[in-house]
Design a protein around this ligand. Structure first.
Ligand code: ADP
Ligand code: 5GP
Length: 189
């Protein structure tokens, strides 16, 4: 049986990656992470093929032309991110449920494309102040990059009503449990 598709979107720094890390190995959910392609450089401990497929912008544009992506966006000026069709096939073909960490436009497009086969979850930060604190304490981006990400957050939050559900990531354990339960319900339908 083909796996289902779970989309998680949120302004950068809201805790999407943290939440995904806590549920990815839960065997009741049978998840497989969708490794996106990106033209940004790796940060921190990120690994090619695990966190992202890190490719050059030229390679990215070539693969857009070749029709290799299910969806792609220029999330930040000059930086592309996208989901490869081969990645969707790799994970759902093995019967696992694909979990995607993608931006708001990509998330809405995936929901439109896969409709009832996809569950779209929006992770909401408790406030913009908290978001700023988290981006600073993560200490992986320059001040300029942090300011760019914060400037985009309000725009991204305006997409929340298009998602199937919104989870506020205030207390981490509570948010993880809400996401876990929603996925469990969805994959049992
Ligand atoms: P995203 O993947 O959405 O960009 P991250 O998962 O990297 O965000 O989280 C950003 C930062 O906030 C990280 O340093 C993470 O440890 C921290 N964080 C995530 N969720 C919470 C929470 N509920 N309370 C406090 N800090 C959190
Ligand atoms: P980051 O640089 O923090 O890893 O990711 C920046 C943004 O790009 C996040 O909002 C993340 O969800 C989004 N993103 C990551 N992969 C994809 C993808 O394959 N497609 C789209 N549309 N967005 C993505």
């Amino acid at each position: 049986m083909q796996g289902k598709i779970i989309v998680l979107s949120a302004p950068s720094g809201s805790g999407k990656s943290t939440i995904i890390k806590q549920i990815i190995d839960d065997e009741a959910l049978r998840l497989g992470f969708s490794v996106s392609a990106t033209s940004r450089k790796p940060r921190g401990q990120e690994q090619h093929g695990k966190d992202y497929y890190f490719i050059t912008d030229e390679e990215f544009l070539r693969r857009i032309d070749a029709g290799d992506f299910v969806e792609w966006e220029e999330v930040y000026a000059g930086t592309h991110y996208g989901t490869l069709a081969s990645e969707v096939e790799r994970v759902t073909g093995s019967g696992r449920n694909l979990i995607m960490d993608i931006d708001v436009k990509g998330g809405v497009n995936v929901k439109k494309r896969y409709a009832d086969r996809a569950l779209a979850i929006f992770i909401m930060p408790p406030s913009l102040e908290t978001l700023s604190e988290r981006l600073h304490s993560r200490a992986t981006d320059s001040e300029e990059v942090i300011q760019r990400r914060l400037a985009k957050a309000e725009y991204e939050i305006s997409f929340a009503p298009h998602y199937d559900m919104v989870v506020v990531n205030d207390d981490l354990a509570t948010a993880v449990e809400q996401v876990r339960k929603a996925i469990l319900r969805f994959i049992s339908e």
